[in-house]
Design a protein around this ligand. Structure first.
Ligand code: NDP
Ligand code: MG
Length: 383
């Protein structure tokens, strides 16, 4: 079990559930980090008494600093602050629960500092998976996935020898608009898009689940985490979210991980691995499961999934461009500036216009991310 955590993205959905888990397991929190949720991070700091609080937004950091004065807690800001939280000596594990590619630099810094990474921030592996996995091997940093599908695959692969894996079966619920056509979903509202049938999550990932971009991001994440090619992963729509994913072995055996849809479980496992302990989560009652169903993905009506799988094959900086343009498009959708249908249009235009740099360095990835954001913002301005 980890000894002390530094939590990046403490005020979000994963962050808050991580704090519940840390409290339950008695794991101290050395650092908290967020962007601008001032009141919430101050409340968390009072409760968990970290040494460091990093608030990305300068103005919010000043307000937090005033609110926490006299408490012996250092308050820092900007990317420098996130990097400090990611590398502080007191923590042996960094939980990366920020949303978006802003998580990349702190994750790389934490890896170089030899921390265990409890990785929720999927955009990091999507945009720089090869670099991140190479560095983790080089610095001996453990990367334990928090994303429920990847935690499931990780658990199914535990104890398997090299060469035993035939394919990864990546399951997904299909999101709130499963079974609907593009014409039917084109004008869905943000409120409709974030109303996920099985999981309660942050706004961005909820919209990604509705477009199925989330499954596409997870497809790329799985390639890097488990060292497989796009041909080794099959996406299966499983609306009940009971089988969190599975692996098929060379002899045809399939091993799946099942459980209630509760992120508390993969979060806890990332902190206790390789051990397990009581979690307080509801138990899966097989008798209450009337049926488990499976469907092929509908690529026609969820084009973001097809686009992501295509970018996975293109490799290079194509996934970074896609992910960054998607962040901009989803942000604009949540603000009401573009329609649900526009998300795919914006992201696919960016991917097609910007091309891909092969075998990118970290700087190439960061440049591609910035260029994709500019390109997508310009598309918004032209509207
Ligand atoms: P939320 O939107 O709920 O929370 C995002 C967190 O990131 C907040 O604490 C936010 O701070 C912080 N943040 C955003 N930008 C910055 C920044 N520039 N600097 C510092 N902190 C920042 O997201 P989720 O918790 O839902 O998701 C977090 C990550 O985990 C995502 O990558 C997501 O894909 C992944 N994930 C989430 C799952 C879920 O069930 N929610 C499941 C699997 C993966 P502030 O509150 O101040 O804005
Ligand atoms: Mg997931």
């Amino acid at each position: 079990m980890v000894k002390t955590i530094s939590l990046l993205g403490s005020t979000g959905s994963i962050g808050r559930q991580t704090l519940e888990c840390a409290q339950r397991l008695g794991i101290p929190v050395a650092a908290l980090a967020a962007r601008s949720s001032t009141a919430r991070i101050v409340e968390q700091a009072h409760k968990f008494r970290p040494k460091l609080v990093a608030v990305y937004d300068e103005g919010s950091a000043k307000a937090v600093s005033v609110a926490l004065s006299g408490r012996g807690i250092r308050v820092v800001s900007g990317m420098e602050g996130l990097l400090e939280a990611a590398t502080m000596a007191e923590a042996d594990c960094v939980v990366t629960a920020v949303s978006g590619s802003v998580g990349l630099k702190p994750t790389v810094a934490a890896i170089k500092a030899g921390k265990r990474i409890a990785l929720a921030n999927k955009e990091t592996l999507v945009c720089a998976g090869e670099i991140v996995m190479r560095l983790a091997a080089q610095y001996g940093a453990e990367i334990i996935p928090v994303d429920s599908e990847h935690s499931a695959i990780f658990q199914c692969l535990t104890g398997r020898g090299a060469g035993e894996l035939k394919k990864i079966i990546l399951t997904g619920s299909g999101g709130p608009f499963r079974g609907q056509t593009r014409a039917q979903t084109a004008n869905k509202t943000p409120a409709e898009a974030v109303a996920h049938p099985n999981w309660s999550m942050g706004a961005k990932i909820s919209v990604d689940s509705a477009t199925m971009m989330n499954k596409g991001l997870e497809f790329i994440e799985a390639m890097h985490l488990f060292g497989v090619t796009p041909d080794d992963i099959e996406v299966v729509v499983h609306p009940q979210s009971v089988i969190h994913s599975a692996v098929e072995l060379v002899d045809g055996t399939v091993i799946a991980q099942l459980g209630v849809p509760d992120m508390g479980l993969p979060i806890q496992y990332a902190l206790t691995w390789p051990n397990r302990c009581e979690s307080g989560a509801d138990k899966l009652d097989l008798f209450s499961l009337k049926h488990l169903t499976f469907e092929r993905p509908d690529f026609e009506n969820t084009p973001c999934l097809a686009l992501a799988m295509d970018c996975a094959r293109r490799g290079g900086t194509a996934p970074a461009v896609m992910s960054a343009a998607n962040e901009v498009a989803v942000g604009a959708f949540l603000r009401g500036s573009v329609t649900f249908g526009n998300i795919y249009e914006i992201v696919s235009k960016a991917v097609n216009a910007l091309g891909s740099v092969a075998s990118p360095s970290l700087d190439d990835v960061l440049a591609a991310d910035a260029e994709a954001r500019r390109y997508a913002e310009n598309l918004l301005d032209e509207r």
